[in-house]
Ligand binder design. Sequence first.
Ligand code: EPU
Length: 415
Amino acid sequence: MERIRVRGSGPLDGRVKISGAKNSVLKLMAATVLAEGRFTIRNVPDITDVRLMADLLRAMGSEVSYADAVLTVDTPADTVPEAPYELVEAMRASIVVLGPLIARLGRARVSMPGGDDFGQRPIDWHLDALRRLGAEFHTEHGYIEGRADRLRGARIVLEFPSVGATENALMAAVLAEGTTVIENAAKEPELADLAAFLNRMGASVLGAGSSTITIDGVPTLHPVDHQVIPDRLEAATYLTALAIAGGELVLEDARPEHMDMLMQKLGDMGLRTSAHPDGVWASAPERLRAVDINSLPYPGVATDYMPLMVAALSVADGAGIATENIFGGRFRYVDELSRMGADIRVEYHYALIRGVPRLSGAPVRAHDIRAGAAIVVAALGADGETVVSDAHHVARGYDRFVEKLTAIGADLDAD
Ligand code: EPU
């Protein structure tokens, strides 16, 4: 998918099924390295990032197959503990294989991830956490080489509740000797899903989803069958699409308890939402009201919601300030929204959005997954046609995006 063409659409209506969470399944796939044998992961979205992680597992010797949202992974006894440049370069999340590889095989060679469109993306906290467990690292020719004879449980205090650093530490600690306590851990629902997966594999993890995670190491783990939690970021995308285009939707399988702050903020903007027996029900107001938003670690407003919320604020009544506290460089999509007539001024990590009654379609570019989705969603409420180039970014994280939006009444196509 290279281009998405979106025409301004009328109100959305109907049901949209929320797929499994990208940011959970990628980590569950990494966790399959922890035990030999056949894993079954269900509710797996059909997205590019899952294909890239499958390629990485294959490069390490696993057999991977995928059909009808079910992914099977056969982990061999002799996993090759190496993540090559081409794959890590294509997907930064590959770095989460580092912890599990060192935990099971005592060594790992993983290409050093580079920056991306958000700016710098360091991994120092991942390495610090694994060092606390006894791993040693050196970097050579663009690769991080890690070693440990046997990891030992330790108290790890994270400087910041980094999602990836918490995941790497957790996946290493499950096979360490003794008890590990991770303080200031990330609390995202995807972490709780990873812990549930690991516990099913025979690990002993307590407190995931809170800021203190306690792990009692075990000598070995076994493969499991697991269903991925629904994608709260995908659900947020359809909620903001509704907020902008108007109408009424049921988001099947969405979990309201994973999106409390988003639903509060959208509620303050005038969207009505409630829990529904099948997921979440939502209905849009005549015109949105502006609010201020700040991204923060979970349960705060997720940084991934920000481009979507800024798109909604672009057409809200009044002015709002969006403060990005997680990724300093994450405002590039603002230039694209401005090309569509949005009135947004960015200073440092703040954006002041003065709502306009309507945007106007224009040629724009998707810089990353969420930026691309936000532009598509904004285009639903714009006059005329918007052509989004570099749309392959959207396919990295959204399962059948064009089809799902079309089924609820949006007017768009892709090539
Ligand atoms: N950071 C460091 N050093 C580290 C690790 C992180 O300085 O060693 C900084 C980052 O640069 C950033 C902040 O800490 O400023 C938070 O980063 P975090 O580690 O929490 O993010 P991540 O694990 O790299 C995941 C998601 C992102 C999501 C963030 C924040 C996956 C695959 N990615 O990234 O999702 O934005 O958490 O919630 O789970 C997306 O889905 O499009 C996406 C970018």
